[in-house]
Design a protein around this ligand. Structure first.
Ligand code: SAH
Length: 353
């Protein structure tokens, strides 16, 4: 469906009117409103959708996360009241698989799902019927430790980009060239918003920050400090700081132009895990480490779990093993995806870091 098919009310039409009347909008606004529209209306996951995530590839993903949470909870003395919190749970598949493993081990937390999309909440009601839903983290309970998970959540939050021009640093905005959206440099000086190390970078240097991701990680860290608990944040991203735009759009499993169809493709950016770790520590949490998804899942025993599943269903062995490889191979999700572990001070370290 093109934006024209969406008519006057399509997000593209709204953005065009806005830009024509008031000038370029920030990339942050463009990405934020595009994703809010994109996720509100549909379930984008799976073969028939736009992209496939780790929990949708194999039950082993959620199970191993459930094991990790159970292990750290036990070593923290098995506190009786504890809350499982998931940010952006998609279809609820990870929660379902993780909770099954946790309950088998005697860990039965209250379940809290932070989800902005009505369409996905409807899916989650089927997979995790006993959950409570939240629009954001503010309304999460404060009375007990949190076991928190977010898979491919931070990458969907809107970024700001700054670009070094001949006249100094400017915010990267979205303007119009005829009918088309194009990135343009804003006209206000932004040098004051750029970290010292980048101030004298060469022209065209672009830096990206994600204020929304930093706010979420800060909130997680403060809650871990105040309530106890542990968190796993899993996303595709980088562990060393870098420059350059990482914005991309995915539609029907293919990369498309992020400026072509706002609200109709999934816009994501790589997560800057180095900065997220700094934010977490500043907020009062312990950074247990950030490792590749491949290393993490291997350390938690994915090979053994795959062998068990193959023994139960030998006719499915090749599918089970190829799903496992998809999660951990370097050329697939094993290297690009990272797992960041956080815990409250006073809680034990986690497995795999
Ligand atoms: N974790 C799931 C889904 C990843 S897609 C999986 O791995 O399959 C991103 C998820 O985050 C979706 O559930 C989407 O609706 C939710 N989401 C994106 N931006 C959000 C926001 N600002 N507030 C709450 N949920 C959001």
């Amino acid at each position: 469906m093109s934006d024209e098919a969406g008519g006057e009310d399509s997000l593209a039409a709204v953005f065009r009117r806005l830009i024509a009347n008031y000038g370029p909008i920030s990339l942050q606004q463009y990405m934020g409103e595009s994703n809010a529209r994109y996720y509100s209306g549909k379930d984008p996951l799976g073969g028939a959708g736009d992209f496939v995530t780790a929990p949708e590839i194999s039950q082993m993903f959620g199970e191993l996360i459930g094991l990790w949470l159970t292990d750290i909870w036990m070593r923290a003395g098995s506190p009786e009241t504890v809350h499982y919190v998931e940010l952006g749970p998609g279809r609820g598949t990870l929660a379902r698989d993780a909770l099954r493993v946790m309950r088998k081990q005697g860990l039965s937390p209250e379940v809290h799902l932070v989800e902005g999309s009505e369409a996905l909440r409807a899916e989650q009601r089927k997979t995790v019927p006993d959950a409570r839903w939240h629009d954001d983290m503010d309304s999460l309970p404060t009375d007990a430790p949190l076991l928190l998970v977010g898979n491919e959540f931070l990458d969907a939050l809107p970024v700001r980009q700054m670009v070094r021009t001949a006249a100094g640093w400017r915010e990267r905005m979205v303007g119009l060239e005829g009918h088309r959206f194009v990135p343009v440099a804003g006209d206000r000086p932004m040098d004051a918003a750029v970290p010292q190390v980048w101030l004298e970078a060469p022209e065209q240097t672009l830096i990206e920050t994600c204020p929304g991701a930093a706010a979420v990680v800060d909130e997680i860290a403060r809650r871990l400090q105040g309530q106890g608990g542990a968190a796993l944040l899993i996303d595709y991203g980088y562990a060393e700081k870098r420059t350059g735009s990482t914005l991309q759009a995915i539609r029907a499993h293919k990369k498309v132009d992020p400026f072509a169809l706002p609200g109709e493709a999934d816009l994501t950016c790589l997560v800057d895990f180095a900065t997220m770790a700094e934010v977490a520590v500043a907020g009062g949490a312990r950074h247990l480490g950030t490792v590749t998804q491949g290393a993490f899942l291997r350390a938690l025993g994915i090979e053994t779990r795959a062998a068990q599943l193959c023994a139960v269903a030998p006719q499915q062995s090749s599918a089970i093993n190829s799903d496992k490889d998809r999660l951990i191979d370097e050329g697939q999700m094993g290297q690009l995806f990272k797992v960041m572990g956080l815990a409250a001070h006073g809680w034990p370290g986690g497995a795999g870091f």
